[in-house]
Design a protein around this ligand. Structure first.
Ligand SMILES: Nc1nc2c(ncn2[C@@H]2O[C@H](COP(=O)(O)OP(=O)(O)O)[C@@H](O)[C@H]2O)c(=O)[nH]1
Ligand SMILES: Nc1ncnc2c1ncn2[C@@H]1O[C@H](COP(=O)(O)OP(=O)(O)O)[C@@H](O)[C@H]1O
Length: 192
């Protein structure tokens, strides 16, 4: 039996990575082929690898929950989820990846896809833009991510929870997410 996997889903700039770091749970750190942003650390904010390595590992079927976002590849290996045997984890992932994970869990004995809990983080598009500008992200990348945001918002209707991350209210958002996590973990213990 494994623990619950809390997936943070949402458009760029909504605050997924910031919130992930504030939640006191082990993180699933994904491999990615996009360049490192200022201040990002390899092995902490992601494993930054080349497209060539990603494709080679793909040919060996190593990835589950892989995706392509803005021309870059992202994924994790099944082994990275072994921590779930000991405790719950948190994972920043897109809706594509949540679906792939659910399918993969459903096919594997001992893995329960109901234990994948998706939390959609929402903020209006003008906040996304302002937050990415404040981070000093490159203007072209910001524009491409804002174009993609329309599509990212659609995932909200499929997620288990929607949390609004209002401007200047990060603490409230974190509290809301902790409440969800605690509620979900209590329901897990009741089911045992
Ligand atoms: N399916 C999948 N999506 C991922 C993974 N890692 C990150 N993502 C998603 O890829 C997208 C881009 O992530 P990132 O480059 O960090 O950009 P940001 O959302 O602008 O911070 C986001 O929607 C993430 O949720 C992964 O391992 N699998
Ligand atoms: N509630 C909030 N109000 C204002 N700024 C926020 C809030 N939440 C996050 N931010 C800021 O928005 C920026 C984008 O957050 P980030 O976690 O990188 O987003 P994502 O991972 O979803 O792309 C960061 O500079 C972060 O500090």
């Amino acid at each position: 039996m494994h623990h619950k996997l809390f997936c943070l889903v949402g458009p760029s700039g909504v605050g997924k990575d910031t919130i992930k770091k504030e939640i006191f749970l082990p993180h699933v750190i994904s491999y990615r082929t996009r360049p490192k942003r200022n201040g990002e650390i390899d092995g902490v904010d992601g494993y930054f690898i080349s497209k060539k390595e990603f494709i080679e590992r793909d040919q060996r079927n190593e990835w589950i929950a892989k995706t392509v976002y803005d021309g870059h590849y992202y994924g994790i290996t099944k082994d990275q989820l072994k921590t779930l045997y000991d405790c719950p984890m948190i994972y920043v992932i897109d809706w594509n990846g949540v679906m792939t994970l659910k399918e993969s869990f459903a096919k594997n004995p001992g893995w329960d896809h109901h234990k994948i809990i998706s939390i959609f983080l929402h903020a209006p598009i003008k906040s996304l833009k302002q937050r990415m500008i404040s981070q000093g992200r490159d203007p072209n990348t910001i524009q491409r991510r804002l174009n993609q945001a329309e599509k990212d918002y659609e995932a909200a209707k499929y997620c288990d929870y929607i949390v609004e991350n209002k401007d200047g209210q990060l603490d409230k958002t974190i509290k809301d997410i902790y409440e969800i996590i605690i509620r979900e973990l209590l329901s897990l213990s009741k089911n045992y």
